[in-house]
Design a protein around this ligand. Structure first.
Ligand SMILES: Nc1ncnc2c1ncn2[C@@H]1O[C@H](COP(=O)(O)OP(=O)(O)O)[C@@H](O)[C@H]1O
Ligand SMILES: [Mg+2]
Length: 363
């Protein structure tokens, strides 16, 4: 029982999502706040996603800046809701992923939880992924258990699809353990390509992609990547899917208009999702989409075309706004940690067993 705040700062690096939830037998969204990532910090966090000089000190400095933004957002929610810090049981802070390499046993999120506790006067729970990795899991995705708590009605064959920088699926089938995995790139390549060619942060509604034509040779070449052909447990990140990876595939093909590349990247996102869904689950009554990609109308239309006999909708159809599910999940994970509830899902991450996730930084 109580109020919790979740802070999610995803791989897209678009900004920080902050959700205040009331947790009793269910999780209810009370308030939310979005803070765009300042351009300078975004560039530094992106740079920290690959090897560079003096990384440890640079990461330590970047995470302090990140905390100042997170704290500002949390304090504005408190102000807006006329709440005192003592009324919040904990903040669940995911931090910013700068490396995700489960095959080498690690995933690194930065976000100085001690400083966040100091700035807000609220207990912070953080470092959610490492215990699952320590138990042999991927450390990701962690949201399926929360998706199950929200959407398992014991009857419907559901798939919950989060399209952030990367996309991940949760498969909920009656009388079966929940399953889930990362499907591959969500928005990350479309964002990077439009940023590189047009200086824009993202392709609003997929409008630019709609101006191009899908390049079949490029699509085949991209879909040939082994990650798409393996079944879960699996998770991925910028280490694999990035502009260099795309450039290597483009280099083997005749030059093509930039909008055709964008159209092909959108198709890659849609096809990799639907093909992994089909391979993992025969019957799906309903695909519910959340994350920023739910606003990409061209992508949503393509998903619906590829799944003609299923219902494709956003989580808003169940009164849960798609932009806040992940931040709500980390608020809920903080609740699970404080209550001693194991929150990883071994059938998703491949961990040896259930584990209580997170480290506690008392107020
Ligand atoms: N109106 C829109 N049209 C197309 N794409 C959008 C729109 N709004 C958000 N997005 C996409 O969603 C991304 C942010 O999604 P988000 O769920 O926050 O991802 P992450 O968890 O990786 O931060 C943006 O970078 C952008 O690609
Ligand atoms: Mg985001």
């Amino acid at each position: 029982m109580g109020l919790y705040i979740g802070v999610m700062s995803g791989t897209s690096l678009d900004g920080l999502d902050i959700a205040l939830i009331k947790q009793d037998s269910r999780s209810t969204l009370v308030a939310s706040h979005y803070l765009p990532m300042p351009a300078g910090l975004r560039a530094e966090l992106l740079a920290l996603c690959s090897s560079g000089p003096d990384e440890l000190a640079r990461a330590a400095i970047a995470e302090q800046q990140w905390v100042e933004i997170a704290a500002q957002g949390i304090l504005s929610i408190l102000h807006q809701e006329s709440l005192q810090p003592s009324e919040i049981r904990a903040i669940g802070s995911h931090g910013q992923t700068v490396r995700h390499e489960p095959s080498r046993g690690f995933s690194v999120q930065i976000g100085n939880p001690a400083l966040l506790a100091e700035r807000t006067g609220i207990t912070v729970v953080s470092d959610f992924r490492r215990r699952d990795l320590a138990a042999g899991g991927q450390g990701a995705p962690l949201v399926p258990t929360f998706h199950q708590a929200l959407f398992d009605d014991g009857r419907t064959h559901r798939a919950i699809l989060n399209i952030g920088g990367f996309s991940n699926l949760t498969l909920i089938q009656p009388d079966q353990p929940v399953r889930g995995f990362d499907c591959g790139p969500g928005n990350v390549l479309m964002d990077a390509w439009i940023q590189c060619k047009q200086g824009l942060d993202f392709d609003r509604e997929g409008q630019w992609a709609l101006k191009g034509r899908i390049a079949p040779a490029l699509l085949d070449s991209l879909l040939n990547t082994p990650f798409f052909k393996t079944n879960g447990p699996k998770s991925t990140g910028r280490e694999l899917f990035n502009l260099n990876w795309l450039a290597q595939h483009l280099a083997c093909l005749p030059e093509m208009p930039a909008e055709d590349v964008q159209a092909t990247l959108l198709e890659l996102t849609a096809r990799s999702i639907i093909e992994s869904l089909r391979a993992a689950q025969e019957k799906t009554d309903e695909l519910l989409v959340c994350g920023g990609g739910a606003h990409n109308r061209a992508l949503m239309n393509r998903l619906a075309e590829l799944l003609p006999s299923d219902r494709v909708a956003t989580t808003a159809a169940y009164g849960l706004p798609p932009d806040w599910i992940e931040a709500m999940a980390f608020a809920w994970l903080a609740h699970c940690c404080l209550e001693g509830i194991p929150a990883n899902c071994p059938s998703v991450t491949g961990a040896k067993g259930l584990r209580i996730l997170g480290a506690i930084y008392p107020a």
